[in-house]
Design a protein around this ligand. Structure first.
Ligand code: DX5
Ligand code: ZN
Length: 227
């Protein structure tokens, strides 16, 4: 269990109105830590979100630091480019990368923090040796590709194992992020299992008041982390 009372909220704009993103981002800017930007190439996952040009525009106008989640086939070459666009962090999938250590270094040397994501079927052991080299570990709680899917409770054992491992790492320890199906009904179990960074898409942007929902989600997580 993490002892610090800090949690990080990273709303995903995947289910926001793509035609009015500036306004959508503004709704959550004062109550979020990051903006989660899902980049899908229709190859690594069966869905497409933004071209690199459009992603670069969003990164430029976002007032929140951008937490980019690359669901793409070639993060070795494209990851550092997202770092150059000015992302706060660039997270790539372990299942897609060819040379993880080199890609970690290339993203860092282009000025961004770096994260690794693992899909539901990938065990924590596959990433364990890399955790001390990264700033964020993302454990997917749905199969990547689409917003609005049901939270996978069975991933909580992996989150617990990751938390135990991270707690033994020297500072600064990586954030432990969960992404997929996070809502007021699921955030507490994720926080209790050891996550401290929460991506929420449809729960936020399909609600009547995205900012209030984020405040509520943060409080639910904080209460579980402290207890
Ligand atoms: C799914 C994406 C998520 C998605 C989460 O592949 O990585 O970031 O936007 O959306 P919700 O919160 O609706 O599951
Ligand atoms: Zn995501």
């Amino acid at each position: 269990m993490i002892s610090s009372g800090q949690v990080f909220m990273s709303p995903s704009i995947l289910n926001a109105n793509f035609d009015d993103l500036e306004n959508e981002i503004a709704k959550v800017s004062s109550v979020s830590d990051f903006l989660h930007l899902d980049i899908m190439d229709n190859k690594f996952v069966p869905n497409f979100t933004f071209s690199m040009a459009r992603a670069s525009e969003i990164i430029s106008f976002s007032k929140l630091p951008v937490d980019a989640h690359l669901m793409i086939e070639d993060p070795d070459n494209l990851g550092p480019k997202y770092a150059q666009f000015g992302c706060h962090s660039v997270t790539f999938h372990l299942e897609a990368v060819k040379d993880a250590k080199k890609t970690i270094e290339n993203i860092k040397s282009n000025g961004s923090k770096v994260g690794i994501a693992i899909k539901p079927k990938t065990e924590f052991s596959a990433v364990a040796d890399l955790v001390e080299h990264i700033d964020l570990l993302l454990i997917m709680t749905v199969e990547p590709g689409f917003g609005g899917q049901a939270f996978m409770q069975d991933q909580m054992s992996k989150v617990k194992i990751a938390r135990e491992h991270i707690d033994k790492c020297s500072a600064p320890q990586p954030l432990l992020q969960v992404d997929g199906g996070i809502s007021e009904y699921t955030i507490e179990t994720a926080a209790q299992s050891g996550a401290n960074c929460f991506v929420a898409g449809s729960a936020v942007f399909k609600s009547n008041d995205p900012a209030q929902m984020l405040i509520r989600l943060r409080q639910l997580a904080l209460d579980k982390i402290k207890s």
